[in-house]
Ligand binder design. Structure first.
Ligand SMILES: C[S@@+](CC[C@H](N)C(=O)[O-])C[C@H]1O[C@@H](n2cnc3c(N)ncnc32)[C@H](O)[C@@H]1O
Length: 215
């Protein structure tokens, strides 16, 4: 039985070190890719996110977006450039300091997925490549419930994972969970699975699970 507190501390230390030692793309993207590979990986996913969230935003009618586990803020800045109003947070102080220094519109905070509170609901809550790094099941469930509670009715919760039928642990920092586990937690909260959009990037099997809130 893993010690949850130790797992969480170990994960945070891992991310702080990784954010300190790697450039803005490799630290949150794919550590095994070169700079050009990560540029492509991020560009394709930002395009997919814009496709999933719609292309009607502008300064007069922005979407209100939360980027939960934003890393160094690549997606947060990209969505802000496209006219959206973005709140973003991460547990890594190292990553948030970097994101703040880049500027570009989003409001940043240091927080954990199961801690973030907001006085307003979001049109879109994003959580890109974070939940499968949360190894402790109780923390993962708390995080998912909290993120779901932040989505306005008819809004979207977009999380990433493999579209697998079984749990797939990889190395010491990843556990992919089946869609059924996400649905078991989110459907009672009024969020229906409405799409899976694979990254479609080389051998990567992760993709965007879109849940739409109906009540
Ligand atoms: C693979 S990176 C992805 C970063 C960003 N979403 C991106 O795609 O560029 C995973 C991020 O999740 C953050 N993280 C891990 N566990 C977290 C938690 N419980 N709450 C908030 N952030 C967390 C890490 O600090 C790290 O920045």
């Amino acid at each position: 039985m893993p010690d949850a507190a130790t797992d969480t501390d170990r994960t945070r230390a891992y991310w702080d070190t990784r954010h300190r030692e790697h450039d803005d793309l490799a630290s949150g993207g794919h550590i095994g890719l070169d700079r050009a590979g990560n540029e492509i990986f991020y560009a394709l996913r930002l395009g997919a996110l814009l496709d999933l969230t719609g292309d009607l935003s502008g300064p007069e009618a922005p979407l209100f977006v939360l980027d939960a586990g934003c890393g160094k803020g690549h997606f947060a800045r990209g969505l802000a450039r496209c006219g959206h109003r973005v709140d973003a947070f991460d547990t890594s102080e190292e990553a948030v300091a970097h994101a703040r220094a880049e500027g570009g519109g989003p409001r940043y905070a240091v927080a954990a997925l199961d801690q973030w509170r907001s006085a307003w609901p979001y049109d879109v809550v994003l959580c890109v490549d974070v939940l499968f790094h949360v190894l402790d099941d109780a923390e993962w469930a708390r995080a998912l419930h909290n993120l779901a509670s932040l989505v306005r009715i008819t809004g979207q919760l977009i999380v990433t994972d493999e579209n697998t039928r079984h749990r797939v642990p990889r190395g010491g920092y990843i556990v992919h969970r089946p869609l059924a586990e996400y649905r078991a937690h989110l459907e009672p909260l009024g969020l229906r699975h409405t799409a899976f959009r694979p990254y479609g990037f080389r051998e990567n099997e992760v993709g965007f699970h879109v849940f739409t809130r109906s009540r």
